[in-house]
Design a binder for this molecule. Structure first.
Ligand SMILES: Cc1ncc(COP(=O)(O)O)c(C=O)c1O
Length: 454
């Protein structure tokens, strides 16, 4: 690595200084013994406290779509911090919130033309659910309160998202605090039928009919909305079968149920377009968003909705608050400045086009891993990819590392690659600026790491 880029870890940062941080989603006792400490970043690379340059195969947490520390985005944030650090958006406003809203809705498909700002994907999901409930009340159908989600979904960590997410391990500790009035449809992942699919699997559209059964079970008069990730990301890149999302839309239309796409991962170029809705040509009623909205630079969430939904709230006296919801930092000036600059960067530098161009290269490189030891599936779409690992029967996690965990660990320490693993899946989502040679490096190193575990 070039020494000019080498970040200087703060003086005195020693392992026993790591105690106070109660870490998110991390086995922190083992982490604190041997921390993977990232101290700088640029473009496709992270820099670690031990002076290494690491290829970022996961865009941080699926969010740094424009690549790290993009000068234009950094400059926009710096400039805004010196002009207006904070202004409330409750009964006041600042211009950038409106500019960001107009700029972002311009990228949305169909008549999705309004956006509500929050600070995270989790909050964008909570907001979508509250909009759905409020919408039906405004429409004179207050019984429509049931929310339908899907197994193997991740919708964040608030009580709402934890409830909706179909991940048993994430829910069981909090079972007593779950949101009522939720049901789930079956997930679409099926290795027997669809292993090694490139892009959308051919089999499985009929699984969408489960939605019809669940709506009938509860009676459409009681059902407000269904929420799905168009491609489930955090549970291992589960790509929707051909025709599946279209069928969900048809069923929602038939029964008068709102369709929410959780696009916290799939938005902003991850699938080569601004939204998965555009990529799959299926128009939902709401889209939840975060992460790539400003390339992960400042916390920001956004819930987009169709015109009819916004309009339904605009009734009653003009001095009544139409939607009793909002966060102190909704539409924060720094987040808005970052979002506007990020959208400009995406356009000026053709990043979505690069994602389209690289999709086939990514697919071919990833699928070349088929046949490596322990690999039981490879799947991909856009710049998302997953390699599923047979966990075997001899390891005993959490007392020992699982195979996928060890591969992830070796990638970091021995191959200078940052990626994600979730369950038995190595999941990857490089920044949209990735090139052919970097894709080759990621997949070669992944193959080596996989081949070196027992
Ligand atoms: C589809 C989806 N929804 C919601 C979230 C939650 O986002 P956040 O972690 O910003 O709250 C995530 C995070 O990975 C996600 O992938």
């Amino acid at each position: 690595m070039t020494s000019a880029l080498k970040p200087v870890p703060e003086a005195g940062l020693k392992p026993n200084d790591l105690e106070a941080h109660f870490m998110p989603y991390t086995p922190q006792r083992s982490f604190k013994k041997k921390p993977r400490m990232l101290t700088g970043a640029k473009g496709m690379y992270y820099y670690s406290d031990d002076g290494r340059e690491l290829l970022d195969a996961s865009a941080g947490l699926w969010c740094v779509n424009a690549g790290h520390n993009h000068p234009k985005i950094i400059e926009a944030i710096r400039k805004q911090a010196g002009v207006l650090d904070y202004a409330p958006n409750f009964a006041f406003a600042h211009p950038l919130a409106f500019q960001a809203a107009s700029r972002l809705v311009a990228e949305m498909p169909g008549d999705i033309d309004h956006v509500f700002f929050s600070n995270s994907g989790s909050e964008s999901v909570d907001t979508a659910v509250k909009i759905a409930l409020g919408y039906w009340r405004m429409k004179g159908k207050p019984a429509k309160t049931k929310i339908i989600a899907r197994e193997r979904a991740y919708h964040g960590v608030n009580i709402c998202g934890t409830t909706l997410g179909g991940i048993p391990a994430n829910r069981k500790v909090f079972a007593g605090a779950m949101m009522p009035n939720v049901d789930w449809i079956t997930h679409t992942h099926n290795i027997e039928k669809n292993a090694y699919s490139k892009g959308q699997p051919a089999w499985g559209a009929e699984l969408a009919t489960d939605l019809e059964s669940v709506i009938q079970l509860h009676d459409a008069e009681n059902v407000a909305a269904v929420i799905v990730e168009p491609v489930a990301g955090s549970t291992g890149v589960l790509v929707p079968p051909v025709g599946y999302l279209e069928k969900l839309r048809e069923i929602c239309d038939k029964y008068g149920v709102l369709l929410i796409f959780d696009e916290v991962i799939t938005g902003w170029g991850r699938l080569g377009k601004a939204t998965a809705a555009e990529r799959f040509n299926v128009l939902p009623d709401m889209i939840t968003s975060a992460k790539g909205i400003n390339s992960g630079t400042v916390p920001m969430g956004a819930t987009f909705c169709r015109k009819g939904i916004y309009d339904a709230f605009m009734q009653g006296g003009e001095f009544g608050v139409e939607f009793l919801h909002g966060y102190t930092y909704s539409g924060h000036p720094l987040a808005c400045a970052a979002a506007i600059a990020t959208q400009e960067v995406y356009k000026e530098e053709g990043m979505f086009e690069n994602a389209q161009k690289m999709e086939k290269v990514w697919e071919d490189a990833l699928h070349s891993i088929k046949g490596a030891p322990h690999v039981i599936d490879v799947r991909n779409i856009g710049l998302m990819g997953a390699v599923e690992i047979d966990p075997g029967t001899t390891r005993k996690p959490p007392e020992e590392m699982s195979r996928a965990w060890e591969i992830f660990d070796k990638l970091y320490w021995e191959h200078d690659v940052v990626c994600r693993f979730t369950g038995n899946v190595i999941a990857m989502s490089p920044p949209l600026i990735v090139n052919e040679s970097q894709i080759g490096q990621i997949t070669d190193k992944l193959r080596k790491a996989i081949s070196s575990v027992k």
